[in-house]
Write a protein of this length. Structure first.
Length: 614
C-alpha cells in the first residue's frame, strides 16, 4: 500500500485529496485500486506518507505495535477500511455460503448491532410514496436520492445535525436499507445535498401530493392554510431572509423564518413556502395562494383559515376571484367586526347545539352551540359559535388584558403628574394607542381628562353595560363563509379542522425537531425546513395507514416500540478455516408483528416467528 495524491479542479478551484491505494493485477496490466480516502494530508511531511501506509498494512495484518504514538490515527484509518470491506462483503448473496458447515456453537458471535425497526418502516413508506422516481424525475442523482432518504429518516427517528448524521447512521440499518455505503457518508455530502434539494421543491411537492391522493383516496375538498415561524440561534449574518418578527415560539430575541403551509383535511401537506422572518400573515396570504395554485389547482375548493389571515382586505381579494370558479372559504373573524344590524338580526335566532364525541373516558363533552345568519345583499353567511371549552380561555385573556390596560393607564397618569406629558392632544394619542393595543377590553373602559386649576388629571371607569355584553361573549367567536348551502354543524366541524394544521406545526417542531435552525445561509436553512416537510409526508402516511386499522397511536409511540427490533452481524467461524458473516434482523416480537401487519408491510398469513428481510 502507498499514499497517492489526487488533484481535481472545479470552476478554477483546486482540490487536493490523498488516497491510500494498493497495486492489483488486471487483464490490462497493473492498476491502482483505492483502499480508503485520507482527506487533506497537506500539513503532513511527504516522507511520513509511506510510514503511515506501512503501519496501516501492519495493523490490518494484526502486527501493530501498541506502544506507537501514531496508533490512534492508524486505528481510525483501519476501522474505516474494515467498514468498507464489511459493506462489500454484505453484497455477497447468501447462496455463496454453503448450506452445511461444521461449527463450534461456542465460537459463534454477534456484532454490529443496529436499530432496524424504525428505519425499516421509513424505507417502506419511502418506496410506497414513490420518492425515488419523484426525486430522480426532478433531476437528482441516484446518490442524492439515497442521501435524502438517510436525512429524512434521521428527522423521523432521531433528529440531529448534518454534522452528526453519519454517526447516527452508523448506529442504525438505514445505510443498508438505502443501499448507500456508510463509509462514504460524511457531512460534506449532506451539506451539498442541501444546495440541490430545495430549488426543486415545487416539482417534488406536486408529484408527492398526486401520489398521496391516489394512494390514500384523499377527498381534497378542504384546504387548511396557516403560518408559523422557525427561529435561529446565532446572528445569521449570511441569511438574508432571517429577520425578527412576530414569534409563535415566544422567542422574540431570535431571528426567524416564516413558513406558510396548505394542508389537506387528512393532514397531508399540499404546498409550502418559506418567507422572510418579518412577514405578516394577512398581506402574505394572496402571495401564498398564488404559490399553492402554481403547484396544485385549488380553485373551487373550500379554504379554511384563522382570523390572522381573515382581514377585510383578504376577503375583498377572495371576492374578486369569484369569476372562473373562484374560491369557497370559511374564516374566523373578530366579533367586534360584526355590524350593529347583523348583531341585532342574529340575536333573534336560537342556538343549535352540536353533538360532540367524547375523547376522554369519564369526562363530559364541552357544549358547543351555533347560530347562522345570511348576510343581506351578499351571497355569504355569518355564524356565531359558543364553545364551553373556549369560554374559560377567553375569560382568562380578558382578565389579563384588563390588568395590563389599567397598569398602562396608571403609567400615563404618572407621566401627567410628573409633568412629562402636558399637551392634551398627546394625552389622547397615548390613550388611543392603549385602546388599539387592548382592543378586546377597551370598549367598556371610559377614560376622561379632568381640568384642575393648575394641572390635569386622567380618570377612568368601567361601563357596566359594556362589560356585561363582553362577558356574555366569552367563549363566542365569529365565522364567515360564502358557502350558502352549509348548515350549523358543517360550518363548525369544517372550521374545527384547523386544529390539524396546528398539529402539523407541532410535529415539525416536536418529533421532527426542525428548530432551532442552525444553518447560516438562507438556501440551506430553507432546505433544512423542507427536509422536515418531506419527513412529515412519511409520518402522515404512517399515521393515516394506522388510522385505517383503528389504531390512533402517533409515530413517536410507534418509533419507540419498534426500536427494540434490531439487526446484527452473525460471525460464524467454520472448522474448515473459513469465517462466514451473515447479517440478519432479529425475529419479530408480538408488538413488532402487529405494527408491521397494520402498516401493510407484512401479509396476514406471515408466521410470527419468521424474521423480516432487509
Amino acid at each position: 500500500m502507498f499514499v497517492k495524491k489526487n488533484i481535481k479542479r472545479v470552476k478554477g478551484k483546486v482540490y487536493r485529496q490523498y488516497l491510500l491505494v494498493d497495486s492489483v493485477r488486471t487483464p490490462n496490466g497493473p492498476r491502482h485500486r483505492p483502499v480508503v480516502s485520507l482527506g487533506d494530508m497537506k500539513p503532513r511531511p511527504a516522507k511520513e506518507w509511506l510510514k503511515l501506509a506501512m503501519k496501516v498494512e501492519e495493523s490490518l495484518a494484526g502486527q501493530l505495535n501498541l506502544f506507537d504514538k501514531t496508533n490512534k490515527e492508524v486505528l481510525e484509518i483501519v476501522e474505516k477500511i474494515r467498514k468498507k470491506r464489511r459493506f462489500e462483503d454484505r453484497k455477497k448473496e447468501e447462496k455463496d455460503i454453503p448450506k452445511k458447515i461444521i461449527v463450534n456453537p461456542q465460537d459463534i458471535e454477534t456484532t454490529e448491532h443496529r436499530e432496524f425497526g424504525p428505519s425499516f418502516v421509513v424505507s417502506f413508506f419511502w418506496d410506497l410514496l414513490n420518492f425515488d422516481n419523484i426525486l430522480e424525475g426532478v433531476g437528482l442523482s441516484k446518490d442524492a436520492v439515497k442521501l435524502t432518504l438517510i436525512t429524512v429518516a434521521n428527522r423521523l427517528i432521531s433528529p440531529t445535525s448534518d454534522l452528526d448524521t453519519p454517526n447516527w447512521a452508523d448506529r442504525t440499518a438505514i445505510c443498508e436499507l438505502a443501499g448507500y455505503p456508510q463509509s462514504r457518508l460524511n457531512d460534506d455530502k449532506l451539506y451539498r445535498l442541501l444546495d440541490k434539494l430545495y430549488p426543486r421543491r415545487e416539482g417534488i411537492e406536486k408529484a408527492l401530493y398526486q401520489q398521496e391522493m391516489n394512494l390514500f383516496n384523499l377527498e381534497g375538498s378542504v384546504v387548511l392554510i396557516d403560518f408559523t415561524s422557525f427561529y435561529f440561534e446565532g446572528t445569521c449574518k449570511k441569511n438574508r431572509k432571517a429577520k425578527r418578527g412576530y414569534s409563535r415560539d415566544k422567542r422574540a430575541d431570535c431571528k426567524q423564518l416564516v413558513l406558510g403551509a396548505a394542508i389537506g383535511k387528512e393532514g397531508f401537506p399540499i404546498a409550502t413556502e418559506i418567507f422572510e422572518g418579518n412577514a405578516v400573515d394577512s398581506p402574505t396570504f394572496p402571495w401564498m395562494l398564488k404559490k399553492i395554485n402554481k403547484r396544485v389547482d385549488i380553485k373551487g375548493r373550500t379554504l379554511v383559515f384563522d382570523r390572522g389571515i381573515g382581514t377585510k382586505k383578504n376577503i375583498e381579494f377572495l371576492r374578486s376571484q369569484q369569476q372562473d370558479k373562484g374560491y369557497k372559504w370559511i374564516m374566523a373573524s373578530r366579533y367586534w367586526e360584526i355590524s350593529q344590524e347583523e348583531e341585532e338580526e342574529i340575536e333573534k335566532f336560537c342556538w343549535k347545539e352540536i353533538p360532540l364525541t367524547g375523547k376522554v373516558a369519564g369526562k363530559r363533552d364541552p357544549k358547543v352551540k351555533v347560530k347562522l345568519l345570511k348576510v343581506e345583499g351578499k351571497e355569504e353567511l355569518i355564524s356565531l359559535v359558543f364553545s364551553e371549552g373556549r369560554e374559560e380561555k377567553d375569560r382568562a385573556i380578558r382578565k389579563r388584558q384588563e390588568k395590563e390596560m389599567e397598569e398602562d393607564i396608571k403609567g400615563i397618569s404618572k407621566r401627567i403628574e410628573t409633568g412629562r406629558l402636558k399637551d392634551k392632544d398627546k394625552i389622547w394619542q397615548a390613550v388611543g394607542r392603549l385602546r388599539e393595543r387592548y382592543l378586546r377590553v377597551s370598549r367598556y373602559y371610559k377614560v376622561s381628562i379632568e381640568e384642575k386649576e393648575d394641572y390635569q388629571e386622567l380618570s377612568w371607569s368601567k361601563d357596566d353595560e359594556g362589560l356585561r355584553k363582553v362577558q356574555e361573549m366569552d367563549g363566542v367567536y365569529l365565522l364567515r363563509t360564502n358557502k350558502i348551502d352549509i348548515d350549523e354543524e358543517e360550518i363548525f366541524r369544517t372550521y374545527n379542522l384547523l386544529s390539524r394544521i396546528e398539529n402539523v406545526f407541532k410535529d415539525l417542531k416536536g418529533p421532527i425537531k426542525t428548530h432551532p435552525n442552525r444553518h447560516h445561509r438562507d438556501d440551506r436553512s430553507e432546505t433544512h425546513i423542507f427536509q422536515g416537510i418531506l419527513a412529515l409526508h412519511i409520518m402522515t402516511a404512517i399515521e393515516q395507514r394506522l388510522k385505517e386499522c383503528g389504531d390512533h397511536r402517533e409515530w413517536e409511540t410507534i418509533r419507540k416500540a419498534l426500536s427494540t427490533h434490531q439487526t446484527c452481524l452473525i460471525v460464524i467461524p467454520a472448522t474448515n478455516g473459513e469465517t462466514y458473516n451473515i447479517r440478519k434482523p432479529s425475529k419479530m416480537e408480538e408488538e413488532h408483528y402487529e405494527i408491521y401487519h397494520k402498516l401493510g408491510i407484512i401479509k396476514e398469513d406471515t408466521p410470527r416467528g419468521i424474521p423480516a428481510k432487509v
